[in-house]
Design a protein around this ligand. Structure first.
Ligand SMILES: Cc1cc2nc3c(=O)[nH]c(=O)nc-3n(C[C@H](O)[C@H](O)[C@H](O)COP(=O)(O)OP(=O)(O)OC[C@H]3O[C@@H](n4cnc5c(N)ncnc54)[C@H](O)[C@@H]3O)c2cc1C
Length: 373
């Protein structure tokens, strides 16, 4: 490196959240450097299930998820790429009357909060939307204008667009230490020191260490959600399907392959970047898929993988300013559902960093909630 690279904002981590915040900050006129220890999209952001859902979110996440979906519906306007985004219903299937009652209560609660995107579908409507669903399924909860996208295309599109706006990416560069020097952040890396006026921690499963260096406690756990892909099957499903009583994320890609995930986890090793499958657990995902779609009995698994993701104890992310330092910020710990949130979280983080303020309701995501844990 010639001289010390400097910027208004240094982002640690080139996943979707780092790339999105960088892009939005550049749109606001900030100079931005993103530092990534591997390659952009190498971890959760590039290997996830691609589910773009408002359905079933923690109530605290709903307003940000709704804003993100507005951006997803016009994603090409932001990143000059469609990210493989396809609008389709996301449906949570009830296998029993008790499950349907739980879903009805959720839909009613959301309506009280002013959100109408989740609607109950009865058994007849469920069969219309999902002709191959098992006969015992009694109904479901649907968010009809959700969808899915291609994860690595999406992250690369955000990175590409950020680059065209002047964002500098330093890949294969590991942040070792962050330290305050006067008004600036000095970021020591495997490729030398960078200087930034602001610092944003988007380090995914590794973000706890950056928080620790800021003197903040973030009890993040590395997890390894697992995925399976089948051989091509005749078209039978035009929605993204989840379970109510048992975890599932299920969709059929355009080429006919079926992509199954949801809840079951392998073994993560964030130190070595490796994750291992846990085949005894994978069986449950396959059984759930067959339970809800009997046609899956004839499916052949051709590929499986697990990605490394950061999970918080309460399953919602840390989003907001540092509690110990000025001009330091966090967006991490998306607990296996941060892909859909990427566009809006980047937007609100850029607003917060550029103006010191955001109207987005981020109080529930404060890092201070773990201060005494
Ligand atoms: C298998 C799987 C399926 C999923 N399915 C869905 C889904 O369907 N829908 C959904 O909404 N979400 C889903 N998710 C969750 C989603 O992928 C994540 O929440 C999201 O991608 C998190 O993005 P991120 O930028 O915070 O983290 P990451 O993509 O992990 O990026 C963090 C980056 O920081 C870098 N980094 C860490 N430490 C340092 C350091 N010291 N120096 C430099 N760089 C560093 C890492 O190398 C990494 O690239 C899934 C996740 C997985 C693993």
């Amino acid at each position: 490196m010639n001289g010390t690279p400097m910027a208004d904002l240094i982002v640690v981590g080139g996943g979707l959240h780092g790339c999105s915040a960088a892009l939005h900050a550049a749109k606001r006129g900030l100079s931005v450097i993103v530092i990534e220890k591997d390659n952009a999209g190498r971890h959760a952001s590039g290997v996830n299930a691609g589910g773009v859902r408002r359905l079933g979110r923690n109530y605290a996440e709903v307003p940000i998820s709704v804003r993100s979906m507005e951006i997803w519906h016009r994603i090409g306007d932001l990143v000059d790429d469609d990210c493989g985004f396809q609008r389709c219903p996301q449906i949570k299937v009830a296998e029993t009357e008790a499950e349907l009652e739980t879903l009805e209560k959720r839909a009613a609660d959301l309506r009280e909060l002013g959100f109408t995107h989740e609607v109950i579908v009865d058994q007849q409507e469920l069969r219309r939307l999902l002709p191959a669903v098992a006969p015992h399924c009694v109904g479901g909860l649907a968010s009809l204008d959700d969808g899915f996208a291609i994860p690595y295309n999406t992250t690369f599109a955000f990175q590409r667009k950020a680059r065209t706006l002047g964002v500098q990416f330093f890949e294969k560069t590991r942040v070792e230490k962050v330290r305050r020097d006067g008004n600036d952040w000095h970021v020591d890396t495997s490729a030398g020191t960078f200087i930034g006026r602001n610092l944003l921690n988007c380090a995914g499963a590794w973000a706890g260490e950056i928080a620790r260096q800021l003197g903040e406690h973030a009890p993040i756990e590395a997890i390894a959600p697992m995925m399976i892909v089948t051989a091509r099957m005749k078209r039978f499903c035009d929605a993204v399907v989840g379970g109510c009583g048992r975890p599932l994320s299920f969709k059929q890609a355009e080429n006919g392959t079926v992509i199954i995930g949801g809840g079951r986890r392998g073994y993560p090793d964030p130190k070595t970047n490796k994750s291992e499958m846990r085949f005894s657990q994978l069986r449950y995902s396959a059984e759930t898929a067959i339970g809800i779609f009997p046609i899956m009995k004839s499916a052949t698994i051709v590929r499986s993988w697990a990605g490394i993701e950061g999970r918080m104890p309460d399953d919602i992310p840390v989003i907001g300013p540092s509690s110990t330092h000025e001009n330091a910020f966090h967006a991490f710990g998306f607990s296996a559902h941060g892909f859909q949130l990427g566009p809006a979280v980047g937007e609100l983080m850029a607003e917060l960093i550029a103006t010191g303020h955001t109207n987005a309701p981020i109080a529930p995501f404060s890092i201070t909630r773990f201060a005494h844990s």
